[in-house]
Design a protein around this ligand. Sequence first.
Ligand SMILES: NC(=O)c1ccc[n+]([C@@H]2O[C@H](COP(=O)([O-])OP(=O)(O)OC[C@H]3O[C@@H](n4cnc5c(N)ncnc54)[C@H](O)[C@@H]3O)[C@@H](O)[C@H]2O)c1
Length: 452
Amino acid sequence: MADQYSDFINTPFGKNVAKRLGLPAPVRLRRYEPGQILCESPVLVAGTGSYVASVRTLLTNAAVSVVDSLEELGDGRLGGVVLDLSDARHPSDLAALRELGAPAVKRLGRNARVVVIGTDHTQLTDPVQVATQRALDGFTRSLAKELRAGATANLVLGPVSEGEVSEQARANVGEAVRFFLSGRSAFVDGQPVRVSSAAAQANPSVDRPLDGQVAVVTGAARGIGAAIARTLHRDGATVVCVDVPAAGEALAQVAGEVGGTALQLDVTAEDAGRRILDHARGRHGGLDIVVHNAGITRDKLFVNMDESRWDSVMAVNLASIVQMNEALLGPDGLGDGGRMVCLSSQSGFAGNRGQTNYSATKAAIIGLVGALAPQVAERGITVNGVAPGLIETEMTGKMPFATREAARRLSSLQQGGLPVDVADTIAWLVQPASAGVTGQVVRVCGQNMIGA
Ligand SMILES: NC(=O)c1ccc[n+]([C@@H]2O[C@H](COP(=O)([O-])OP(=O)(O)OC[C@H]3O[C@@H](n4cnc5c(N)ncnc54)[C@H](O)[C@@H]3O)[C@@H](O)[C@H]2O)c1
């Protein structure tokens, strides 16, 4: 669905009109492309936490120039700011946020990135320490709402460590920082991600991090699913594309485009999980990544909700995943180091008028992901969710004009996302190097205020 307002505002005349009338001015977001430099240079890395040195090294290795102070910057603009406050343990330590952050934020360029590094407060017990670290969450969410011109702010929470932070924790936190600095996170804004020190394999390469992996994507014939299939293929994976027989033609086209295989299958079938495993093993020799993307909406106010609307949404969006997972996460399912991502939705967090059935299933996914993750952690399998906000697809093309327009503009990035934004977040979560992120749901919503 074309965003004509955004197209207009990005013409010289449109820019002028927006400025004079104080209208929202969405900018074209900097999205990931293979071979692209990680983020614009230079990046200011500041703070006294444990990750400052490793983040500097990461950036230098990615050919991004690093400055330690604004004096070093001269007259230029910053591509990003990384503020490491992982060692803050007392409210007085928070002064550094303003002292280091405020002058730097003034110097941000277009599509710049702010990444705050903290410590996972859910692992702390001292109330003062918990409060201090929790402050970073409110700070980052508010800052994200203030930034303009495509800039985002996100929070990476490293693990609590006894003494020195481990090399693995540094590497895992580094991977999350890398995601938030990159174009892959273009539509992720104001979000916290917790990172553990779980053992992780390095990605085989920067441009093809999924080389050698076999992935299955359900609902791959169109919309977000098709974008996920294309993105995982771009990143090196062999993709099995699943959709209902009625979408067979579009499915075959996507599968052909990505050099994968098509599997016509209704995910609500009793043997769906088994059939996916058999197909992936038979045709591609294994299965490493599962993306449960297939989903439907059957909206109606609750008082008018009929049985068929209720039951079909429950069956496709929730019951099918629970059922398929018996096979996919069973002893004969995903191997060690496997990855699973389930599609939730902003409605699962915030609810939505007319979507009691849909929101129930999407909230259920948040619960499912959180509870499954520890059960399979020993096998090195991660289970995460992604919750899109307004993404421009056929599904949202059917929304009433005024609702869609409000949803687009009332987000920090003042626009809807693209299917590729969801796909790139998933592509990051399923990388071998993302082993430190599990049991979480990352919102890909441009910090939509309607779903706050
Ligand atoms: N578009 C958005 O803004 C948005 C927002 C939040 C969440 N989501 C979620 O993202 C996912 C994809 O959404 P989309 O906008 O691309 O939807 P879409 O309707 O464009 O595509 C969904 C695909 O799933 C397939 N599908 C439906 N039922 C199936 C079944 N029983 N078995 C196999 N395949 C089936 C459809 O044929 C279709 O190809 C869904 O889970 C949706 O709930 C989308």
